[in-house]
Write a protein that binds this ligand. Structure first.
Ligand code: UD1
Length: 419
């Protein structure tokens, strides 16, 4: 088992390229089964979740191979509309294969993960989207079967702007007969990335980035080439790390326009943030202040995925910081580990109240989920002494070589193997 060993207390200095976005590469890879051709995805991050997606693609019949940071997916052969439980369980976002396989094959059978680290993960909105296009959905225990000889375009009204349900709706609609309007759609930049890819494949989609997406179904899609957009949550994590440890870092291949609420919060904490084209520079020399209340919301609000790393940066900020999590039910699982490092945090339901402390100390901690693990690394960089971070399998789902990235930013971080 891998352990990340971080010796904190020294300021950061360095330059880092931001990896491609996890939340873009996963739906794009799934979308490639809709095409009857070869797709090339560039700037793919090396993540265990991307590897799990590739295993599903291979199982359903795609040929997949990698070259540098590119992944080639050839979906021109016959596609099998079924994913076994063992493959589905490896990754929560595998639910995106529901719309993709239904659209390609007219039927799909797969199991769905139940609750997870962040609380229950219902799929009612995904199913609502597919039913709105004429799919028959049969739920038997954990297994879901959808059938729709031919999907028909229609109206999909999402009562909550779910990212995954919006993606499933888009995938099901691009090859359905006639027009579809998705209202209440998620507006995340990754939805726009999916639209760009689908258009390059010949789909007729518009409106991604707004709450209404319009689609006119086409019979066939061809393969296409797509560069994955920069990971705004990985970028937010490195910026939070610099806020926590102090110093000055430069992130390139970043997209500052996608992360304005995070940049504004860091500025309110007393960090100097400069942005340029694909560039973010953050400097923190003085003491940190509370950023004021942080309330997570769907995009363009403050992203729920950046809440844990920002919380870690706020632990030593002067004053009191209130964080309200509105997107997921159970997103404070990193709090006990932060407390063991000296943090003063109280939680009640979806609210966390953080009182700035003078100092933090290293500890032996375990990541309970992906972004919670990132928060522990951020806290460790601002803590005196050594932290041993276990549970790295969660972190590796979404960060490509975290130890290497932190080292490039001047941190004392090493990945070690433990019996
Ligand atoms: C995606 C991201 C994840 C991010 C989240 C919110 C990927 C691979 N993952 O996850 O990193 O934290 O968006 O920005 O892109 N919900 C329902 N019913 C449904 C679907 C969702 O009630 O059918 C609820 C969820 O329980 C959750 C909220 O909606 O409370 C947000 O979920 P959603 O936007 O669907 O997140 P994901 O697509 O799973």
């Amino acid at each position: 088992m891998s352990v990340l060993k971080i010796t904190g207390g020294c300021s950061l200095s360095g330059s880092l390229r931001v990896q491609g976005a996890k939340n873009s590469v996963l739906p794009l890879l799934a979308a490639s089964v809709l095409t009857e051709g070869l797709s090339v995805f560039r700037n793919c991050p090396r993540l265990s979740d991307a590897e799990a997606t590739v295993r599903i693609l291979r199982h359903v019949g795609c040929r997949v191979y990698g070259e540098g940071d590119a992944l080639y997916v050839d979906a021109s052969g016959p596609i099998r509309p079924e994913v076994p439980d063992a493959l589905m369980r490896q990754m929560r976002s595998s639910v995106i294969f529901l719309g993709a396989l239904l659209s390609r094959c007219g039927e799909v059978s797969l199991s769905l993960p139940g609750g997870c680290e962040l609380g229950p993960r219902p799929v009612d909105l995904h199913l609502l989207a597919l039913r709105s296009l004429g799919a028959e959905v049969i739920e038997a225990g954990d297994r879901i079967c959808c059938r729709a000889g031919a999907l028909k375009g229609g109206r999909i009204d999402l009562p909550f702007a779910s990212v995954g349900a919006t993606e499933n709706a888009m995938l099901a609609a691009v090859r359905a007969a006639g027009s579809t309007v998705i209202s209440g759609a998620a507006r995340e930049p990754e939805i726009r990335d999916l639209q760009d890819y689908l258009r390059a494949c010949g789909a007729l989609v518009s409106g991604a980035g707004s709450g209404t997406i319009r689609i006119v179904g086409v019979e066939k899609l061809r393969g296409a080439e797509k560069r994955i957009l920069p990971d705004r949550i990985a970028a937010a994590t490195w910026l939070a790390a610099c806020a926590s440890a102090g110093g000055r870092i430069r992130l390139y291949d970043a997209c500052p326009a996608h992360m304005l609420p995070v940049l504004r919060a860091l500025e309110r904490m007393g960090c100097a943030v400069k942005t340029g084209e694909n560039l973010i520079v953050l400097e923190r020399t003085g003491p940190l202040k509370s950023p004021g209340p942080i309330i997570t919301r769907p995009h363009p609000g403050f992203p729920t995925d950046a809440q844990p790393p920002l919380m870690a940066a706020a632990l030593r900020a002067r004053g009191t910081t209130v964080m309200i999590e509105t997107v997921f039910e159970n997103r404070f699982r990193h709090v006990p580990a932060l407390r063991s490092m000296g943090a003063d945090i109280r939680t009640a339901g979806r609210t966390a109240i953080i009182r700035g402390v003078e100092g933090l100390h290293g500890a032996e901690v375990r990541a309970s989920d992906l972004r919670g693990g990132a928060a522990l690394a951020v806290a460790a960089l601002g803590a005196e002494g050594e932290t041993l971070l276990r549970g790295m399998e969660h972190v590796e789902r979404g960060y490509e070589d975290m130890a290497g990235a932190l080292t490039a930013l001047g941190a004392d971080a090493r990945l070690c193997e433990e019996e």
